[in-house]
Design a protein around this ligand. Structure first.
Ligand code: PGA
Length: 226
């Protein structure tokens, strides 16, 4: 039950976020919980298709995703850029080369996210637009596992720039033409659904926190645009 007594917000917040947002949202939840100690949270992390499924079943208060569903009637609000970049091990021969033709990706063993992933869909769309077919060496359902596989020399991949925060570690961003793929994170909820006071509080909080994040991390967006 949600109570809003004397401005003290209490109740439960149910969030479902795509896998790339897990690099951003949990840390912010720490701050949010300090501000509103009466709010308990459940956070589900799943891929694009998983979010759609949860939304259809009305399982959560708010959803965070990169691709607004076009077949569902929803409210959506972009709050942060989510560029997708090409990642390679730091000793890869293309590191440091500029504006490498996208066709070059066809020569590299490629690591791909699982079917149902929004990242995969965005990458496949760009490759299809340019008639590039990559050799998928490995299919993996986890951004973290993909990072390890790249570092281990299994191939290159395309992931959210946010998966490299706080630092890129053993990985380098390649400068391939048509990359980064520009995307945004959106807060989404079904149209006509009345947000609870708790959910509305979080919504407003996240918009503010995203602004602060952009100011502090201007570098990663500038680099992704360069
Ligand atoms: P994914 O989410 O986990 O479905 O790839 C990321 C995205 O859609 O940007």
């Amino acid at each position: 039950k949600v109570a809003d007594l004397k401005g003290v917000k209490q109740g439960q917040l149910r969030l479902a976020v795509i896998t790339t947002a897990k690099y951003f949202i949990p840390r912010l939840l720490g701050q949010f919980c300090q501000l509103y100690p009466g709010i308990d949270i459940s956070l589900q992390v799943t891929n694009h298709e998983g979010i759609l499924d949860r939304m259809t079943k009305n399982m959560d208060d708010l959803y965070i995703m990169s691709q607004v569903p076009d077949h569902l009637d929803v409210n959506f609000q972009p709050f942060l850029e989510n560029p997708l970049v090409v990642l390679a091990p730091t000793n890869h021969p293309l590191v440091g080369e500029q504006n490498v033709p996208i066709q070059r990706l066809a020569d590299e063993p490629f690591i791909m996210r699982e079917p149902g992933s929004g990242t995969r869909r965005a990458v496949q769309k760009l490759l299809d637009e340019h008639g590039v077919s990559v050799k998928v060496k490995l299919e993996l359902g986890s951004n973290e596992a993909i990072k390890q596989a790249i570092a281990g020399g299994l191939g290159i991949s395309v992931l959210s720039r946010h998966t490299l925060l706080p630092d890129a570690g053993d990985l380098a961003i390649l400068d391939i033409e048509h990359f980064p793929i520009k995307r945004n994170w959106y807060m989404v909820y079904p149209n006509g659904k009345q947000l609870s006071i708790v959910a509305r509080t979080y919504y407003d909080y996240l918009l503010g926190a995203a602004k602060e994040f952009i100011e502090k991390n201007a570098g990663i967006y500038a680099e992704a645009k360069a």
